[in-house]
Design a protein around this ligand. Sequence first.
Ligand code: SF4
Length: 269
Amino acid sequence: MRVVKSLKSPLNRLFIYETDDGYRVESVFYKGERLCVSSQVGCPVRCAFCASGMFGLKRSLKAEEIFAQYGLLKGELPVKGVAIAGIGEPSANADEVIKAIKLFKEEGLKVTVSTTGYPLEGFKKLMRAPHDGLTISVHGISEEVRKRVFGVEIPLTEVLKALEEYFKEASSSRRKKFQLGYLLIKGLNDSRQELQKLGELAKRYRMTVMLMAYNEVEGIPLKGLTEEEYEKAFLTLREMGVRVTLSNRFRRDKLGGCGTLTIAREVER
Ligand code: SF4
């Protein structure tokens, strides 16, 4: 694995790596302290809004390759934490992701993971892994909306059943490490009704909602919300008494956005 290119914006840095067999993945260094790394080449989930999953899955990365995205930059950047939230679905490569989490922890780094919960088997393992935070990216509550968001079937009832089972055995401090992720797409998952369902869910499990703004991607005909609409969505949840965090300027930067990892068009060998 080697770094073949790096791009810089005033807020973030993006690194493109080539694996020994010629595939490309990328990481983003944001907030001047966190590195968001990839767990797969391409992604099996193929979210409608995501450039990274556009071509499906090419192959999963080994733990060493996930770790190398940090290892190759170590010394050059002041990395304090790692987010396994770049290209790929961590639950679809759970065993290697868990090994990578352990490697990062040995370096004294905090590790967070984002997952859609697909597939369930991997999700169950990841929940129990020694991470410092896990975001369940729901992006839709009703199955009708979720079918339009995800390229594979991920029944929310099953994801929640697995979560409930884990919460029964988890301590309250451990449960606090879980949150819900929701990327707002205009006309797709931003209706008041859908947001109210999200709020009810968050309250039921006492989870914070990370409400993310969408960075539009060339070639994908979906749009994000205006500032005003974004604030309105935030207020809908806040008025229900839900804890909500919003995308900061680093995430909204063109090199920092969710699902906009530019390498997607280069995953072909
Ligand atoms: S958003 Fe994440 S899970 Fe969805 S296709 Fe992109 S990389 Fe995969």
